[in-house]
Every structure is written in structure tokens, then in C-alpha cells.
Design a protein around this ligand. Structure first.
Ligand SMILES: [Fe+2]
Ligand SMILES: [Fe+2]
Length: 323
């Protein structure tokens, strides 16, 4: 990233960029935090999460459990999802967005882009808030206690990844992870919010989130080009090699905790192992990661990130690029 005294170099790199088109022109009218009502659980009897988006739910050994336990499994999946969302927004994305808006992340960007970061900050705070709100409503309605760790799996993995590198790089890794999450989250949200058999409050919450994230996606796709222009050779190589692992950190489910949960529904240990092995193979995960990250992988191709030494090998090794 540029230091303050390299303004000539900085102007040169900004001049070469395609420019910035804001996706937030109608933010005051369109953002969920400005225009959507609070989503409340009504007496509808829909599922609390789409069964077809819960990978283990399709396995015969799980599909055959008692309906009451199956509903419990979907409820836990909703809790896991909402908890993931609130922690992502509060503990990672909003720190980064604050750094962009306040200039502590010293990537030269247009003033409009810095201002738009404040809108994302408001959006994400609301997403974190409404996720907690919905989780509390579901718990009150169903009486089902969430089986979740205080720190979700992705956060533990992100912390472990940061520990492998120089502590001075921690903030930069969070910035790269935010670019990953903000350009991937739209794909998963859109899929979930299209589901029909699911409770209205859940669908509406996810729909609100997806609309906001469409704008965030456009923002961070553009931000990536500004960031890239500001990086020196070493930083580009470091980033390009790290993106594939960060994609996996964001997308890989908490398999150990899913296994522990299945044990609670009466599956024997060998049956749990069978379900997990047949549902979460490395091949399936790689295919899922590649499909869900396809837009980001395209942006990384455009900035020629995979031409950095070792980057293409890393992406191929993780199944994100074909050999
Ligand atoms: Fe969000
Ligand atoms: Fe976002």
C-alpha cells in the first residue's frame, strides 16, 4: 500500500484505474436499514431453513430421522447461519469498512468511495443486528437452545491463518478476507432467499440482506482494483497466494460441530462418520468453492493475480482453477 509521501506515484496509479461508479446513489431509499420493517416471526408453519440447502439433510440416514428432530436440525442450521452472519459483520467487515472510511487503511481511493464505506458500515451493523434479533425470536418461539460456539468456525480458522504470518499483516489479511466475503456472500444469500417453503420472516430477512449485499459486491469488486494498484510486487504475490485459502476459510462448514449435532439425534458414531464422509468430501467442497467464488475468481483473473509466482498452483491445488 502507498505511503503518504509517494503522491506522484499514487496519482499515476489512480489515473490508470477505470474509475469508480457508485452503486449507492439511491441508498437512502433502498437500504434495508432505511426502508425495511422489522421482520417478525408470525404463526406461519414454514421451515426455518431450506432443507435443500443443508447438505447433510439430503443423506438418507439424516432424511429418515423423526420429523420433530429434522425440524430441530433445520433450526440449528438457521442459528448457525445467523450467528455466522452477525459475527462476520461485527467482528471483521465493519472493522475493515471503518478503516477504509477513516483512512487508517491507506489505499488511495476516490472520495465518493470513502463516503460510501460509511453506508456499508450502517448496512452491516443492521445485518448483524437483525440476525441477532431473528435468532432471539426463533429461540423464544421454538424453545430450542442454539448449539453454537461463541466464536464461529470461520473466525477460528481466520485467527489460525493470521497466526501463521507476521502479526503486522493481520489487518491486511482481514482486508483481503473482507473482499472475499463481500464478493461471495451475495451468491449464497440469493440462493437461500428464493426458497419458498421457508418461514416468511426468515426469507424476508435474507432477502433484505441480499439486496444490500448486491451493492456491497459491486463496491468491493471495484475496491479490489484500487487495492491492487496500490500494492507492491511482494504484497501482490502474498495476496494472490492467500486468496484461495481465504475462500475456503469463508465457505467451509463446521463439520466437527455438525457431526456432534447429528450424534444428538440418535445417529450412531459410525453412521455420523458415514454421513460426514459422504457429504463433505474434498472434491465436493472444491466444486462448491469454485462455483460460489466464480465472480471473485474472474476479478482475480482480470487483475492478473494468478500470474503472481505460486498463485496459480495454489488455486489449482485447491480446485479453484482447472489445471
Ligand atoms: Fe451484510
Ligand atoms: Fe456486506
Amino acid at each position: 500500500m502507498q505511503a503518504d509521501d509517494s503522491s506522484t506515484k499514487l496519482d499515476d496509479s489512480l489515473a490508470k484505474l477505470p474509475g469508480y461508479r457508485t452503486a449507492f446513489a439511491n441508498w437512502d431509499r433502498r437500504a434495508s436499514v432505511r426502508s425495511s420493517p422489522r421482520r417478525t416471526l408470525s404463526d406461519d408453519t414454514g421451515d426455518l431453513f431450506p432443507a435443500d440447502l443443508v447438505p447433510v439433510a439430503k443423506h438418507a440416514l439424516v432424511a429418515g430421522i423423526r420429523p420433530e428432530l429434522f425440524r430441530r436440525l433445520l433450526t440449528q442450521q438457521l442459528y448457525r447461519y445467523l450467528h455466522f452472519t452477525s459475527k462476520l459483520e461485527f467482528m471483521v467487515v465493519n472493522y475493515v469498512v471503518l478503516g477504509i472510511s477513516q483512512g487508517s487503511i491507506r489505499v488511495p481511493i476516490p472520495d465518493q468511495m470513502r463516503f460510501d464505506a460509511l453506508k456499508i458500515y450502517c448496512d452491516e451493523a443492521y445485518h448483524g443486528y437483525f440476525s441477532v434479533d431473528l435468532m432471539r425470536q426463533v429461540q423464544e418461539r421454538t424453545g430450542i437452545a442454539p448449539r453454537i460456539d461463541d466464536e464461529p468456525y470461520f473466525l477460528r480458522r481466520l485467527a489460525a491463518l493470521k497466526e501463521k504470518h507476521d502479526p503486522a499483516k493481520a489487518g491486511f489479511i482481514d482486508l483481503l478476507f473482507t473482499i472475499v466475503s463481500e464478493t461471495l456472500i451475495t451468491a449464497s444469500l440469493t440462493e437461500i432467499s428464493k426458497s419458498r417453503e421457508v418461514s416468511g420472516a426468515v426469507v424476508d430477512t435474507l432477502h433484505d440482506h441480499a439486496l444490500d449485499e448486491g451493492r456491497h459486491h459491486a463496491y468491493f469488486a471495484s475496491y479490489l482494483t484500487f487495492l491492487w494498484a496500490s500494492l507492491d510486487r511482494t504484497e501482490r504475490t502474498f495476496s494472490a497466494r492467500l486468496f484461495p485459502e481465504l475462500i475456503d476459510v469463508f465457505l467451509r462448514p463446521d463439520v466437527p460441530s455438525i457431526g456432534a449435532e447429528l450424534g444428538g439425534y440418535g445417529l450412531k458414531p459410525d453412521e455420523v462418520s458415514q454421513v460426514l464422509a459422504e457429504t463433505f468430501s474434498e472434491r465436493t467442497q472444491a466444486d462448491y468453492n469454485r462455483a460460489t467464488a466464480s465472480k471473485l475468481l474472474g476479478y482475480l483473473q482480470e487483475i492478473e493475480a494468478f500470474d503472481e509466482p505460486g498463485a496459480r498452483d495454489e488455486a489449482q491445488h485447491r480446485g479453484l482453477l482447472r489445471g
